[in-house]
Design a binder for this molecule. Structure first.
Ligand code: PLP
Length: 398
């Protein structure tokens, strides 16, 4: 028998949303008539824009013609798509050559660790999107520092003053799970920290399309100095309902380098080489859809979807406040994050909502120790279902 990579045993046996799914299935077995409303996982529910579907159908049909057929896609992504991301998302601040198309932000936020030595310290916020922590554990990294977010710091963890070593820093704004956003000053302080310590920021911008408030940066590259220290991970999943289609990207600051034994290496070149060995790229059909997603019509479809989701999030926040709770987020993000009533555990509150209201939320404990006694509501749902779920929660008289 071959030996296991023992690091695989260091992560929880089951992914959070699989646990939740199992609890919901068990409830449905005993309550087959329950009308369950799912406000748990952040999965898209709105159909993709028609122009995007047509672009995919056309590219697929083209594959049946001698002129349109294409074999392996380029492992970095097709240039027109990389150029469109450069233009539409970064106003060309990040050149197309520094943008690498992928099958999503989850894959790249884990895979990016191929770049760093195993003894590099990792800093993550707490609460945190669990993928950042568990993929690092699988790689065998042991030095993980948790930066606590709480009601006092507005879930914007303080920038450490006692760390001198270079680190990998995970930041995610708008944040999952807290729905909070960061202003330019806060992000600049992280960029300065990274500059001072020789660290690299992995900035997960999967939810950037949800930012409504003016003055909030949609990209870390809107912040001075980020080109030296940041890698941004983007996605079409939440902005364009691509969760089931799977296209994202990684954008690398022009000057980000890592030090080797003899010299420094450009991260852009390291990642290009890593991709060449790890992937044969993303399907031509999906890339055609992503390209169309960035057209004016595709962006308009996204704007309408995002507006619907934000409308839901605002309804959620208002209702929870009416109930005397103190939610955060849900203004520039599709998540509302809230302390449970009477300090209940997040899992107890999850069970209460499921058993009394047939509503599924996500217990805060799933996002780390600082998530204890909190729950998250996802606004990725149809508005009539959200309204119905909130009515049921109101009747609970929390
Ligand atoms: N990053 C964050 C913070 C997320 O919350 C999610 C999904 O919920 C992802 C990445 C996954 O994105 P993708 O669908 O592009 O893999």
């Amino acid at each position: 028998m071959a030996n296991i990579n023992a690091n695989l045993l260091r992560v929880p046996k089951s992914y959070l949303f699989r646990d939740i799914g199992n609890r919901v299935s068990a409830f449905m077995e005993t309550h087959p008539d329950a009308d369950i409303i799912k406000l748990g996982i952040g999965d898209a529910v709105q159909p993709i824009g028609r122009c995007i579907a047509s672009a995919g159908a056309m590219r697929c049909a083209d594959m049946a013609s001698a002129e349109g057929f294409a074999g392996y896609p380029n492992e970095w992504g097709m240039m027109p798509l990389r150029e469109a991301i450069s233009r539409r998302v970064y106003g060309r601040a990040i050149p197309a050559d520094n943008i690498f198309v992928s099958t999503g932000a989850k894959e790249d936020s884990g895979g990016i660790q191929d770049l760093f030595s195993l003894d590099t310290k990792v800093l993550v916020p707490n609460p945190v999107y669990p993928v950042y922590v568990n993929t690092n554990l699988m790689y065998g990294r042991t030095d993980i520092g948790y930066l606590e977010g709480n009601a006092i710091n507005g879930f914007l963890p303080e920038i450490p003053t006692d760390i001198e070593d270079s680190c990998i820093i995970y930041l995610c704004f708008p944040n999952n799970p807290t729905g909070q956003v960061a202003d330019r000053g806060y992000l600049k302080a992280w960029v300065d920290f990274a500059d001072r310590t020789g660290s690299v920021i992995i900035f997960d911008a999967a939810y950037s399309a949800f930012i409504q408030s003016s003055g909030i940066p949609r990209s870390i590259f809107d912040v001075d100095g980020a080109q030296r220290v940041a890698i941004e991970i983007g996605s079409f999943s939440k902005s364009h309902s691509f969760t089931g289609i799977r296209v994202g990207w990684t954008a690398i600051g022009k000057e980000v380098e890592l030090s080797g034994l003899k010299h420094a290496y450009k991260v852009r070149d390291l990642w290009a080489n890593r991709q060449a060995y790890r992937t044969n790229g993303v399907s031509h059909i999906l890339q055609a859809m992503a390209l169309e997603a960035l057209s004016d019509e595709g962006m308009e479809a996204s704007r309408i979807q995002v507006a619907g989701t934000i409308h839901n999030a605002l309804l959620m926040g208002d209702t929870l406040r009416e109930l005397g709770l103190n939610p955060v987020g849900g203004i520039d993000a599709p998540y509302v994050w809230c302390p449970t009533p009477d300090g209940m555990s997040g899992w107890d509150f999850f069970d209460l909502l499921l058993s009394q209201c047939s509503v599924v939320c996500t217990p805060g404990e799933g996002f780390g120790t600082a998530g204890a006694n909190h729950f998250r509501l996802s606004a990725f749902a149809h508005t009539d279902k959200v309204a119905e779920a909130l009515e049921r929660i109101k009747r609970l008289r929390l």
